[in-house]
Design a protein around this ligand. Structure first.
Ligand code: ADP
Ligand code: MG
Length: 251
């Protein structure tokens, strides 16, 4: 379980996240939603300790992550930043193997190679394993980057807008794989998404942020026009089809 307690963080003197409290259970996908600048990326960076909090703590299974080294944190938390524009210039297999780094002390073991092979299979990347990453499509590159994060075998997976700029098929394919692996591997998956309808389709729980604070959390019952209006300042209608909600803008 991932727990965040009174987390305040920001840049220099500026506080961006204010007194954030959250709890995440294993085996579920959590979507973080909120307008640009609301602190979503800052929250993920602070959980991964790339950004040191000004106040508050992050616990994994009851342990304060401050006591872990960077390598130990990398075994527990994998983080894929928003639009990592530095695409590794290597083969797909090698890039995913790099995710094993926190586990490798001298050279990759049999098990490290097995983990990479299994993940390549999970992401349907078999035909691409020995291709160069810079020769892949955007959707394929994104699969490789997420596969590399999973090769870390983390307990917590933090993904910042992982499906932006991808076509609908790739978006759905990637989110489906993530949902399945979250259940199978009992991960805590936290994904920043902009598309509310995609979030409704794939996430179990929703965290709405506004101005660096948690505005509301809960399952899809909380998604109502008034919430969307308060958080995004847009007027929407919500329709239900096959017991699923769809948010449509009300022009
Ligand atoms: P979101 O991901 O929700 O769009 P961010 O967490 O990126 O929001 O940004 C929240 C606020 O923090 C914004 O006002 C942004 O300008 C500021 N911010 C983000 N990154 C930095 C940084 N590296 N240095 C200074 N301010 C930053
Ligand atoms: Mg962001």
């Amino acid at each position: 379980m991932l727990k965040i307690e009174n987390l305040t963080a920001g840049y220099d003197d500026r506080e961006v996240l204010k007194e954030v409290n959250l709890k995440f259970n294993s085996g579920f996908v959590y979507a973080i939603l909120g307008p640009n600048g609301s602190g979503k990326s800052t929250l993920l960076r602070t959980i991964d300790r790339i950004l040191k909090p000004k106040k508050g703590k992050v616990y994994i299974d009851g342990e304060d992550i401050r006591k872990f080294s960077a390598k130990e944190i990398a075994k527990k938390i994998a983080y894929l930043p928003q639009s990592s524009n530095s695409t590794p210039y290597s083969l797909v297999f090698d890039a995913i193997l790099l995710g094993r780094k926190p586990h490798i002390s001298f050279e990759p073991s049999e098990r490290d190679l097995e983990v990479v092979e299994r993940i390549i299979e999970d992401f349907g990347l078999k035909d691409f394993a020995f291709r160069k990453i810079n020769e892949l499509s955007g959707g394929e590159v994104q699969k490789v980057l997420i596969a590399r994060a999973l090769a870390q075998e983390p307990q917590v997976l933090l993904l910042d807008e992982p499906v932006n700029h991808l076509d609908p098929k790739n978006q759905i394919e990637i989110l489906k794989i993530l949902k399945k692996l979250t259940g199978n591997l009992n991960l805590t998956t936290v994904i920043v998404l902009h598309d509310i309808n995609l979030a409704i389709q794939f996430a179990d729980y929703f965290i709405f942020m506004k101005n660096g604070e948690i505005y509301q959390t809960g399952d899809c019952k909380i998604i109502e026009p008034s919430l969307i209006k308060d958080v995004y300042d847009i007027d929407v209608k919500i329709i239900e089809l096959d017991r699923r909600k769809f948010v449509i803008s009300d022009f």
